[in-house]
Design a binder for this molecule. Structure first.
Ligand code: SF4
Ligand code: SF4
Length: 107
């Protein structure tokens, strides 16, 4: 298991800054979902991380904390993700992880 970035929708969806999406060095890894925040009653959508592409560099955490000043991103062990976002149909095939990936946001 390893660390990946996890975005708090309740914080991100109160802004529309999208800064992290411009600084992640991995292509198509931080994406933006217009519905993610609106489904929860917020004005904006939210950024989210395609965890199967995230390399765990934490650059997005620095950007959100220090440039955007929103503290919406934390590094988290992949098997501890409350809600996973994947880009393809990946089967991790292990105990709880499979259940966590059962209802992904697909970018
Ligand atoms: S920098 Fe932070 S607040 Fe801005 S879009 Fe990314 S996660 Fe959301
Ligand atoms: S930890 Fe690095 S690779 Fe992963 S989403 Fe953040 S900036 Fe991109």
């Amino acid at each position: 298991m390893y660390l990946v970035a996890d975005i708090n929708v309740d914080i991100c969806a109160q802004t529309s800054c999208r800064l992290c999406t411009q600084y992640c060095p991995e292509a198509n890894t931080i994406q933006y979902n217009e519905q993610a925040g609106k489904e929860k009653g917020y004005k904006y959508g939210s950024a989210y991380v395609a965890v199967d592409r995230c390399k765990g560099c934490a650059q997005c955490v620095w950007v959100c904390d220090n440039m955007a000043k929103h503290q919406a991103i934390k590094m988290i062990m992949i098997d501890q993700l409350p809600k996973a976002a994947i880009t393809d149909n990946i089967t991790y095939g292990e105990k709880t992880t499979t259940a966590l990936l059962a209802s992904p946001m697909v970018g």
